[in-house]
Design a protein around this ligand. Structure first.
Ligand code: SF4
Ligand code: SF4
Length: 119
C-alpha cells in the first residue's frame, strides 16, 4: 500500500492530478492518501519525481516493533487485571497464536491470489 513520506513531498500536486480515483488530496502542503478508495494501481508511485510515495514494505520494522510493544502492554495488563504474574506467559502465548493465525491467513490468501494469475 502506498504512503507519502512528508519529508520528501514537495506538494507539487502531480499525484493528486494523476490518481485515477481521486483519493489523494493535499493537506498542509503535503499529499495524503485516503486508503479507503485506493485501488493499488501504483500510478502515484510512478509519477512522483521526488520518490516521496513509498512502499509499505519500508514500514515492516516499525510495524513489528509496534506489535511487540502492544504485546508487552497486553502481558502487563493481563498480570495486573487478573492478579497473577503467570497470566503474562498465557497472554504471550495467545498473542503468538494471534500473529500465527494472521500469518496463515496471509499465506493462504497468497496461494489463492496465485491462482488468479493469467497464464
Ligand atoms: S507527486 Fe510526490 S512530491 Fe508531488 S505532491 Fe505527490 S507525493 Fe508530493
Ligand atoms: S495507488 Fe493508485 S489509486 Fe492508490 S493512491 Fe496511488 S494513484 Fe491513487
Amino acid at each position: 500500500m502506498p504512503w507519502v513520506d512528508k519529508n520528501e513531498c514537495t506538494g507539487c500536486g502531480t499525484c493528486v492530478e494523476e490518481c485515477p480515483v481521486d483519493t489523494i488530496y493535499m493537506a498542509n502542503e503535503h499529499a495524503e492518501i485516503d486508503m479507503d478508495n485506493c485501488i493499488h494501481c501504483g500510478i502515484c508511485h510512478d509519477v512522483c519525481a521526488e520518490g516521496a510515495v513509498r512502499h509499505d514494505s519500508e514500514k515492516i520494522p516499525d510495524e513489528v516493533n509496534a506489535n511487540v510493544a502492544k504485546t508487552k502492554e497486553f502481558m502487563n495488563a493481563c498480570a495486573k487485571y487478573l492478579g497473577n504474574a503467570k497470566e503474562k506467559q498465557k497472554c504471550l502465548n495467545r498473542m503468538m497464536h494471534h500473529f500465527n493465525i494472521e500469518k496463515i491467513i496471509a499465506e493462504k490468501t497468497i496461494e489463492k491470489l496465485q491462482m488468479l494469475e493469467e497464464k
